[in-house]
Design a protein around this ligand. Sequence first.
Ligand SMILES: Nc1ncnc2c1ncn2[C@@H]1O[C@H](COP(=O)(O)OP(=O)(O)OP(=O)(O)O)[C@@H](O)[C@H]1O
Ligand SMILES: [Mg+2]
Length: 270
Amino acid sequence: MLEVQKLTIRTKDNDRVLVRDSSFSLGAGETLCLIGESGSGKTLTGKALLGMLPAGLRMSGELSFGGDAMTRYGKREWSRVRGRRIGVIYQHPEQALHPAIPIGRQLSDLLRSHLPVTRHAAEVSARTMLDKVSLKDADRMMKSYPFQLSGGMNQRVMIAMALLLQPELLIADEPTSALDVTTQSEIVALLQGLVAEEQLSMLFITHDLLLAGELADTIAVMKQGEIVEQGTAGEVLRRPKHAYTKQLLNCRSSFRFAPEEGAHLYVGNQ
Ligand SMILES: Nc1ncnc2c1ncn2[C@@H]1O[C@H](COP(=O)(O)OP(=O)(O)OP(=O)(O)O)[C@@H](O)[C@H]1O
Ligand SMILES: [Mg+2]
C-alpha cells in the first residue's frame, strides 16, 4: 500500500536535515503509529506523503503508494490523490474547516469537486457520513458552522470529510491531542471502528505511546528526524530496544499515575 524509502527532508536555504533516511511501509488495512518528541519530523513526514511540503523544504528518497511512485507526481496527480485516495485529519479541525460555510455545504462541495454527482446526491452522502461519525441530528449539523460546534464535534466533521471520498489511506496527525481525555477516547474508538469497517490503512501520528499501543499494528519511533526503532506494537511496547523508546514508556507511565497521586495529596490536606 505505502512504501517509504530513505525519505530525507532538508531546508533549501541552508541544507539543514529535518528528516533523515526514514524508511517504513504500511500494508492494506494496517495502522502504523509514528511517534516521537515535538520537532522530531512527524508532521513533515505526513506532509511529504500528501505532496504538501512547505515551499522552503525539499525532499529525496522514494515514496510509493499502491505501486505508484509518488515522487514523480506532478500537481495534477497530487490533486487526484490528496483528499481522494489519501484522507487527512489534523490536530485542529478549525484550521481545515472553512469558518464561514455550513458543514453540509463543505461536505457536499468536497464530494462534487471530485465526483460528477448532483447537489442532492452529494447532500445525501454528506448526511450518511455525518451519521457514520455519530453526529446526531443531521439536519442541524448540515446547517451548522464550525464555530457552533464543540471541538469533539468538529473533529468528527473532519473525520467525515476525510472519509467521504472513501480513501484507501488515512493520515491522522495528532487528531486527538487538542481534546479532553473523554472526548479523546471517543474519537479514538470512532476512528478504530471506521478503520476496521472500511478496511483502511492508517498512518497515525502521536506523541502518546500508550495510545499508539491501542491503535497500532506497527510503531515507528522518531527522534531528531530519524526513525530510531520500529516493529510490531507488541515488540516495541513490551521489549523496547532503543533508550529513547524506554524513556518514552517511562514518561508515559509516570504521567498516567500523577493525577491520582495529586488527588491523594489534595484529599490528605483537607
Ligand atoms: N517550513 C519549515 N521550514 C524550516 N523548518 C521547518 C519547517 N517546518 C518544520 N520545520 C522544522 O522541522 C522539524 C520537524 O518539524 P515537524 O513539524 O515535523 O515536527 P513534529 O514531530 O510534527 O512535532 P510536534 O510533535 O510538535 O507536532 C522541526 O525542527 C521544525 O522546526
Ligand atoms: Mg506535528
